[in-house]
Every structure is written in C-alpha cells, then in structure tokens.
Write a protein that binds this ligand. Structure first.
Ligand code: PLP
Length: 464
C-alpha cells in the first residue's frame, strides 16, 4: 500500500516520515522544497543536508533549544498540577548526568533550573569544576548515586564543606556505616520488590537496599530522601504509577522511624517513542503522579512529600540526530529487505544500544525525501557482522540510490550513546556540531588516525 501511494503526486511526505508531530517529539522537523530534512528553532531553520555536506559525516547535530524546550515544558506540567490539585510538596527536577555528560547538554539544562544527579566520582568532578567556575546558582542540589569509592566519598565531603547542597544516596549497608558521621542530608535507595515493564527489570537488582533492610534502618535524623529507580525506557504508564504507589507505602513506614524524611525521588525511566508509535505522555503522567501522591498522603494523614524526578532520556534523547552517508549497496536474497546500505560510521561504535539492547530507531532520509524508496537493512563500517541495524529483522524504508549522495538521519540519539561509544576497528567517532541561535559551533572534530592511535598507546615516533 505504501508503494502505491508513493506514486501519487502531492503525497504528504512530512506525515509519511512522521515529522511535525508533538507526541513523537518530531515537532521541530520539517521538509523543505528541495526535499531535504530541516530542523526549526523559532525563526531559524537548519538544513541538515547542507550541514552534512559542509561538516562531513558521520555527524552528530545537537539542538540545545530542544533540551531547553523539553525541560521547560516538563517543569511547567508538574508546577501546574501541583497548583491545580493543591499539592503542598515541592517539585524538583534532577538531571542524571550519565545520560549525556556533554557540556552542550548540561549548560542548557542548568539554565532551565535543573538540579543534578551523578553516578561517579568523575561526573562529580565535572560538577566541582562548574561550581568553581561559578557556572551555576549555588542553590543547586546534587544527588550522588553509584558505588562510593574513597575518592568519591572524599569529593562529596569536600563539596559539602565548601557549601554545596550535596546528598549522597546510600545503596548498601557498608555505605551506611561509612556515611554514619556525614553531617549533611542523606538519602537511601530502595530496590522495590515489584515488576516494571522495562528491559532492565531483572530478577536480582544489585542496586539499593532490599525493602526489609531499608525498613530496619535505625533512626537517622539526616535521612531526607527515599529514592528508587526502576530502569530506563519504561514501556507503560501503569508501571511508572505502580512504582510510585508501592514506593509510597515504604515511604510512610520509613517516615515513622526517620522524622525528617520529606522527599520521594522516583528516579528515571520515562520513555521515548523511538518507533514513532502511540506512547504515554509526560503531561498525562505528571498529572496522575501528583494526584496519586496527594490522595495517598491525605489518606495516610501525612504531609505531602516533596517529589524529585530524574527523567534523563526523556529530556535529552530528541535533542540530537546522527547523520551518516550511504557508501555502498549490496543486494540481499530472500529477506524482508532487498539490500544492505552500508553507512560511513558504525552502529556498534556510535549507537551502541543498537547492539547492546536491540534499540529501535527512527531512521529517515536527509535528502531525496520524496524519492521512490525501497526496503533496506543498514550495515556499519566495522568488519563486525553484528554491526548492523535491521529494525529487529523487519526493514527500513529509504530512498533508492540514484547516483548522487544519499544521507540518512537517525533521530533521538541524544541519550546514552556518547558515553557508550567505542573504537572497534579504530573507526573515528562522529564529529559533533551544535546548532543554536541560527549558528553552528563545532564541539568535536572528526577524529584523525593519529588521535585514535594515541588512545591505544601509539605516541609520536613509536611506529618509526
Ligand atoms: C540511569 C538513571 C537515571 C536516568 O534514567 P532515564 O531512563 O534516562 O530516565 C535516573 N536515575 C538513576 C539513579 C539512574 O541510574
């Protein structure tokens, strides 16, 4: 059916590629009269085909305006529902740094009022640098998750003494003993004994105290935060809400022991419609969260807890696209797809989740967007047969090659892929440019053979 429609004149290509749709986070994307993919920021228009030509591929394009827009909207929803339902607790957004630690991501988030959550001593070191450079409001609060090495604990203590509002989140008995004398606020992470609809819902979670251990903690006056995290890309709204209801029951019991416990931190996990199919929305879920917390606390006769959320992927994934050029084609016999298109980068290196968790992506052409298309699979440029993207064995629709350059864009690549990226076959990472206020800045150049060689110990002169 798609094929037949394709022949018709005046086809709505924007609709066909699922662009310009709020619920799919593609409201910023459009197609210009030359059938190139564009991104709109207010009155600025970025032509991704032009950028791919000018800066070369593989290329990541980051849109800080999208990050700001998404966080502003999210905070707006929660603040609106807090008002509407007469909720007495405060709302806090904490950006989980591990989702994307690039400066171009962190700075726009801070300017929209994000607090932070870090998972390692090295991430916290970056926060320290920002703090020392007076890059943010000193009222910012930082949650510290992850295993607490000595180095990590020393840095936490140092920043606390310097006046930062920094909260270590305890995950195991030994940490509790070591943090016993800590003078600032602390939190506890609980491994909730419920099932959530996500790839990460493992039978045994190694993070957090069991509910039983959390409930048998002796009284701590500085315990302020009860935290849990169910995993990323939670598939259903029900799982998110079930988590909150269950955590609330633990919160109520713990508050009887720890009188200053006043904040429920529901972690991350809010999903993204990567496949551009119907998905739950932040507007609807934020309303339900506030309503549920209000009703439950009123019923239990306790003060409405402050609410902290750490939705990372939800905020930043749509703010980056990754562009590749098709460098060759190879026919496939008897499969869902008719040909392999080989890209000038790597799924295994640059978009690691393709390989690690069989991530599905929305892949669209950057040019020739209204040309006849065919069913293809995509292959990366490493020598590895796992370096491919087949949309789960299905197929991807892309234009037939016509002799000229063909570029493709993978949408929603702003979460996790940079931190996970690698150098299999010593391929270069994509270059990275920042599109903001109508201007382009280069954040990372194409890596040279020499700079990659250095990572592997080949310094100047060695090979002579
Ligand atoms: C990874 C992580 C997050 C972010 O999860 P998303 O799925 O990106 O929202 C938040 N909190 C903690 C503790 C995490 O480990």
């Amino acid at each position: 059916m798609a094929k037949k429609k394709n022949k018709k004149q005046g086809k709505n290509w924007k609709k066909f590629w699922k662009l310009g749709v709020d619920e799919f986070n593609t409201q910023f994307f459009d197609i210009n009269k030359d059938s190139n993919l564009t991104v709109i920021e207010g009155y600025h228009i970025y032509n991704l085909h032009g950028l791919a030509h000018k800066y070369g591929t593989p290329l990541q394009v980051v849109f800080p305006a999208i990050i700001e827009d998404r966080l502003k909207d999210l905070i707006g929803y929660f603040q609106a529902y807090v008002k509407i339902y007469g909720y007495k607790g405060k709302f806090f957004y904490h950006y989980p740094m591990k989702v994307n630690q690039n400066k171009e991501f962190i700075l726009p988030l801070l300017s929209e009022g994000a607090n932070l959550e870090v998972t390692s001593s090295n991430e916290l070191w970056l926060v320290k640098k920002l703090w020392e450079g007076e890059k943010f409001n000193s009222k910012i609060r930082v949650f510290c998750n992850g295993p607490k090495t000595d180095q990590y604990l020393d840095l936490i203590e140092e920043l606390r003494t310097k006046g930062m509002n920094i909260v270590p989140i305890m995950e195991e008995q030994e940490e509790i003993e070591r943090l016993f004398k800590y003078k600032g606020d602390i939190g506890v992470r609980v491994d909730l004994a419920i099932k959530a609809d996500t790839h990460w819902d493992k039978k045994f979670d190694r993070f957090g105290l069991s509910e039983r251990d959390a409930l048998s903690l002796t009284k701590m006056k500085n315990l302020k935060i009860l935290h849990y995290h169910l995993g990323s890309q939670i598939k259903t709204q029900k799982s998110i809400l079930d988590g909150i209801k269950h955590a609330f029951s633990i919160y109520v019991q713990m508050q009887k022991i720890h009188p200053n416990l006043d904040t429920l931190d529901i972690g991350g996990g809010f999903g993204i419609p990567y496949e551009k199919k119907k998905f739950y929305t932040a507007k609807a879920v934020s309303s339900k969260i506030i309503k549920i917390l209000k009703n439950l606390s009123d019923k239990a006769g306790i003060k409405h807890p402050n609410l902290a959320i750490e939705w990372g992927q939800y905020i930043v994934a749509p703010a980056q696209v990754t562009i590749y050029k098709i460098i060759s084609k190879k026919y496939i016999d008897k499969a869902n797809a008719k040909a392999w298109y080989v890209i000038d980068g790597s799924f295994m290196n640059d978009l690691k989740d393709t390989w690690a968790i069989h991530q599905k992506w929305h892949v669209i052409p950057v040019n020739n967007m209204n040309n006849p298309f065919k069913r293809v699979w995509l292959a990366g440029s490493t020598c590895d047969s796992d370096d491919k993207y087949t949309a789960g064995g299905d197929y991807i629709l892309l234009p037939k090659l016509n002799g000229g350059d063909q570029f493709i864009a993978v949408l929603d690549t702003g979460a996790y892929q940079d931190g996970l990226a690698s150098h299999h076959c010593l391929l270069s990472l994509p270059a990275k440019i920042i599109a903001q206020d109508g201007e382009i800045k280069i954040a990372r150049k194409h890596e040279t053979a020499e700079s990659i060689g250095k990572l592997f110990g080949w310094t100047n002169g060695d090979h002579k």
